[in-house]
Design a binder for this molecule. Structure first.
Ligand code: WAQ
Ligand code: MG
Ligand code: MG
Ligand code: MG
Length: 256
């Protein structure tokens, strides 16, 4: 049987001109779609970038391309929700989860300092857990994980069974974290949104799973964070290639 062709569909939106001109990143998105689903994916991404809490974009690019490589099929990370009462308590919990993953506290602090230097990142920063050094040379652009999505209908089934809301934000973040943590070079991920109206973030790793933390910043704050902590002794270029190019389809079946 011929494998059905798969397409990567991507969007990026900014205000103050194109990202290349040093403008402010508003929104991005990446999906996988069969040919017959491309129109729906483009419409979804158009709306995602057009109506956004960071404001109206004046630049948007949406593109799709056929993918040659077969998709790797991966189960979603297990999800835990940790309720906290303040951003301070949330950050303390996040830091302790990262320490449980084997990352020394001074390296976490250094990574936090590095990511805070940028007001508007579009991708993630790759940090070596041994030296605390940034390992990508992408500046404000960072590395954007791409080519991951849920198999059609599987998130909805998963969310129903796990009593999770059908929010596209959770759907997308869980797919991203699952792809990021699947590779052996990954140690852990730390994330909170740059959107001023969303304060829940997470720490994820293969062993901890996806640990949601209900507050990691204050409402109104447009400073986001996405750090991929990695083992810098390994081949970093091949990890970046994996993040940007390896198609990963998240699959979930009801446990019998
Ligand atoms: N690859 C790498 N970095 C990314 C990507 C990507 N595909 N998408 C976003 N980022 C970076 C980028 O620097 C953004 O500014 C930052 O992350 C935040 O992105 O309740 O909504 O899409 O379980 O605003 C997590 C909690 C929500 C969800 C995260 O992030 C939940 C979120 P946003
Ligand atoms: Mg996003
Ligand atoms: Mg799809
Ligand atoms: Mg955002």
């Amino acid at each position: 049987m011929k494998r059905e062709e798969l397409f990567s569909v991507r969007m990026r939106a900014a205000k103050g001109g194109a990202h290349e001109r040093g403008s402010t990143h508003v929104s991005g998105g990446e999906m996988l779609a069969a040919y017959s689903d491309i129109q729906q994916a483009v419409m979804y991404l158009l709306e995602k970038g057009l109506v956004h809490s960071k404001g109206k974009p004046d630049f948007m690019q949406i593109q799709f391309e056929c993918i040659e490589e077969p998709a790797k099929r991966v189960e979603p990370l297990s999800v835990t929700t940790n309720k906290v009462k303040s951003a301070k308590e949330g950050r303390a919990l996040a830091w302790s989860l990262l320490e449980q993953s084997g990352i020394p506290r001074n390296i976490i602090d250094e990574a936090d300092r590095l990511v805070s230097q940028y007001s508007s990142m579009r991708g993630a920063m790759l940090i070596d857990v041994h030296s605390g050094k940034r390992l990508d040379d992408r500046g404000e652009k960072g590395v954007r994980a791409s080519r991951m999505d849920w198999q059609n209908g599987h998130y909805e089934k998963w969310a129903g069974c796990h009593h999770m809301p059908l929010h596209s934000r959770i759907k997308e973040a869980l797919a991203l974290a699952t792809k990021v943590c699947e590779h052996r070079v990954a140690v852990a991920e730390l994330c909170w949104s740059d959107d001023p109206d969303y304060i829940t973030g997470y720490v994820a790793s293969k062993t901890l799973g996806y640990q949601r933390i209900t507050q990691l910043k204050e409402y109104g704050d447009e400073q986001g964070c996405r750090i991929f902590f990695i083992d810098g002794k390994e081949d970093v270029d091949s990890y970046i290639h994996y993040l940007e190019h390896q198609p990963v389809m998240i699959q979930w079946e009801v446990e019998k």
